[in-house]
Design a protein around this ligand. Structure first.
Ligand SMILES: C[S@@+](CC[C@H](N)C(=O)[O-])C[C@H]1O[C@@H](n2cnc3c(N)ncnc32)[C@H](O)[C@@H]1O
Length: 446
């Protein structure tokens, strides 16, 4: 690299990203008719792995798979390698390389490639090299996860970025600049009179977001030289140029990835043609970040068969909470969202699953007739109310101690074998809510 890497100047504080776990990507693909993935033995490549916060816990719990992390910041790779030694892992390798030349240091193909927080944040030549690298190293039928800042919703954040860039231009280095940006944002929030007007609330939330997030996130999202939002159609065209095709959204069952069920049919009916349907949906749903999973084209979409669905696991922590006005049993999710079990099969299933949580049961062992509940279970899963899984960690207690010590020391959190966070730091903005109504054998209300 000719210029110093800003991630050496001010390291980015990374965290595990739930939906990048191989079995979650495999599930998203299966449920959306994408390629079926191996989960007994596979290879994962993470591009821009930073200090290994996402890849190390993944490798720790998945000794049957092999992991490779690539990053251009020497200081980050050093931390990642020290994590590898502390955790005594032999199924992971970290490579210090720029995306422009990383291919020279890689061997073979990968079943899964992950690039979180990279695409929008690099110059266009690096972005193109990244896509080329992914297309070359992704096994046919493999899954590539690549997120990016999305037009037009991200532009609200972009306005704040423009403002903070100008306000902190005189600072001597990135860490100082980022702290100044948080101070400026705090001043803006405290001096704004939040009115009923939606713009007032929107902009206040955006400035509050700067205050609430980790200072390294502020540095690289708001103050880094590169930050390019893309329309979904633009992104798909760039990916298509490398023969990469869209499969599903990795966060389809999280609030960030949900769109109201009626939006697409309404738009189709109204024949809106100015932009693509997907771009219009992103505009209407205020999408700021998109988390697509891609595969090498061509591929033929094939919905999950009853047999494939029967072999998934289902887990639920929904708790009984009284009866509906129609005298049907109600169940509550920890988020507060309530589900009405209109049919006996659903009531029995939810009752039986609760004591097993977080463990699940094979769908075919949990219900007498899988085809009867398949649609409802997918609906509940899509709304984040139950979990469908391709596989269950074989040993939940798997020496969690060593990982726990390492993670608590570096960030006061612990990653579970499901790749979720046991204690999320205050500044972590993940999590799911379920804002949309359900139907058929299940109903719901907040
Ligand atoms: C915003 S951080 C994201 C880190 C991590 N994936 C996450 O989401 O927490 C971007 C990472 O990409 C790396 N990176 C940026 N440009 C790069 C390049 N040209 N070659 C290799 N790595 C690069 C940085 O060093 C940094 O660790």
């Amino acid at each position: 690299m000719t210029t110093p890497n800003p991630y050496d100047e001010f390291p980015y504080r990374s965290l595990p990203i739930e939906w990048t776990a191989p079995e979650r990507l495999a599930l998203a693909s299966l449920l959306h008719g994408g390629p079926r993935q191996p989960l007994n033995s596979y290879r994962v490549l993470e591009l821009g792995c930073g200090d290994g916060a996402n890849l190390l816990p993944m490798a720790y719990y998945r000794r049957h798979a092999a992991f490779v992390g690539v990053d251009g910041a020497r200081s980050q790779i050093k931390i990642a390698n020290s994590g590898k030694s502390k955790l005594e892992l032999s199924n992971i390798e970290f490579i210090h390389a720029d995306f422009l030349t990383a291919d020279l240091q890689l061997d073979g193909e990968f079943d899964y490639i992950i690039a979180h927080g990279i695409f929008s944040w690099v110059p266009h030549d690096v972005r193109d090299a990244l896509l080329q690298l992914c297309a070359k190293r992704l096994r046919r039928g493999g899954l590539l996860y690549l997120n990016y800042n999305t037009n037009p919703g991200w532009n609200v954040r972009g306005m704040v970025r423009e403002f903070l860039l100008a306000q902190t231009a005189a600072a001597s280095n990135l860490p100082i600049r980022a702290r100044q940006a948080q101070e400026v944002a705090a001043n803006v929030v405290s001096s704004l009179t939040v009115s009923e007007h939606p713009y007032s609330q929107l902009i206040t939330n955006e400035f509050q977001f700067v205050c609430d997030n980790h200072v390294s996130y502020v540095a690289h999202e708001y103050l880094a030289a590169e930050n390019h939002p893309y329309w979904r159609s633009e992104f798909m065209a760039l990916a298509g140029h490398h023969r990469l095709e869209y499969v599903a959204d990795a966060d389809f069952n999280y609030s960030s990835g949900q769109i109201p069920d009626d939006v697409v049919p309404q738009l189709v009916e109204q024949q809106i043609t100015g932009r693509t349907l997907d771009d219009t949906v992103d505009l209407l749903c205020y999408r700021q970040l998109h988390t697509p999973i891609l595969t090498r084209s061509p591929f033929t979409r094939r919905p999950p068969s009853i047999d494939e669905f029967s072999n998934l696991l289902v887990a639920s922590c929904l708790t009984p909470c009284g009866k509906s006005s129609a005298e049907n049993p109600m169940f509550q999710h920890p988020s507060g969202y309530e589900v009405e079990a209109k049919e006996e099969v659903m009531r029995d299933l939810l009752t039986n699953l609760l004591p097993l949580w977080p463990r699940g049961l094979l769908v075919k062992a949990a219900v007498p007739n899988v085809s009867e509940v398949m649609e409802d279970l997918m609906l509940l899963q899509r709304n984040g109310l139950i979990e469908l899984r391709c596989t269950e960690p074989s040993d939940f207690e798997f020496h969690q101690g060593r990982l726990k010590r390492w993670e608590v020391e570096r960030g006061d959190y612990v990653t579970t074998p499901y790749h979720t966070l046991e204690a999320a730091p205050a500044s972590f903005t993940g999590g799911s809510t379920m804002p949309y109504p359900l139907s058929r054998a299940v109903g719901a209300k907040t």
